[in-house]
Design a protein around this ligand. Sequence first.
Ligand code: ADP
Ligand code: TRP
Length: 331
Amino acid sequence: MDTVLSGIRPTGFLHLGNYFGALKNFIKMQDENRCFFFIADYHSLTTHPTPDNLSINIKNVLIDYLAAGLDPNKCDIYVQSDLPEVCELSLLLSMNVHVGELQRVASFKEKVRRQPNNVNAGLLTYPVLMASDILIHRADKVPVGKDQEQHLELTRDFAQRFNNLYGINYFKLPVAYNFGDNLIKIPGLDGSTKMSKSDNETSCIYLSDSPEVIRKKVMKAVSDSGPVTPETPKSQAVENLFSLMQAVSTPETVQFFEDEYHQCRIRYGDMKKQLATDIIQFAAPIYEKVLSLREQNDYLREVVAQGATHARENARKTIKDVREIIGIRPL
Ligand code: ADP
Ligand code: TRP
């Protein structure tokens, strides 16, 4: 049986990109694997959330994920900071990580460019903490979107380096996982290639958006003035509408609008109406559950308490082994 792990930073509500890029795959795996899902609150501290926002966001993320289909009877759901073992593993791994390789990580360089006044050490060591999240459970598969591929490569590097240094085949080499061959990237409504709350909130459709809000957002999505000939290539914005449609609509619906496009008679207003209807149909049951879970504080507390107990059992075993391997042994 494989061990599967995924995590998310509690920085806001769950959007369609998070769902189709990462969560959907994880949900599919709950029945047949040992699954851990955690809320990466330590990782979210790199952007200095206010204490109130942090705790509210942890609750909101938990609610969204349960509503979307994570089942606490099938997987362990916990909050990262309830698992202090991960900090120890991060410290131990960091002794064998080069500062230069961390400085070359794409997400780090991007953060340096975007927030030059807050280049904290936590941003630099982010991939080491992430590798520890994964290696602490000796996970085989990590369902994440395409943007996390490089972090997974580093995780494998760190694991292999540990194994080489101590001449032992202890850590498995985990892979970024998606059921299709390619890792998925859901585009934004604003013409950007990635739906992301970090870039542009208005480009996102949240699973906890009401149907009215979803309709409004989709109808405002960027498009173009339409194809002139059947061969006119799609603009990025229109490509995005088709990609979103592929995620939520039936193949027949997608084909219908493809044909309309290639016959140069597509009406983007109609396409957006259909897209909004299909997103709402997909998201409405999740939205209902979100509303009900918001009132169930005791249940939410129970879920993460049980998750933390199970995750710690597993993590303690790894730390015990790693200490022994490194030579941190009882006198
Ligand atoms: P955001 O970019 O909105 O801040 P996160 O970085 O918190 O989202 O991403 C959480 C998870 O969702 C990661 O596994 C990431 O790969 C996945 N993800 C985020 N946005 C997308 C997207 N547009 N398409 C596919 N996967 C995504
Ligand atoms: N870096 C991931 C993101 O931004 C969140 C994350 C932290 C994670 N640790 C992880 C994802 C371990 C998978 C496994 O989305």
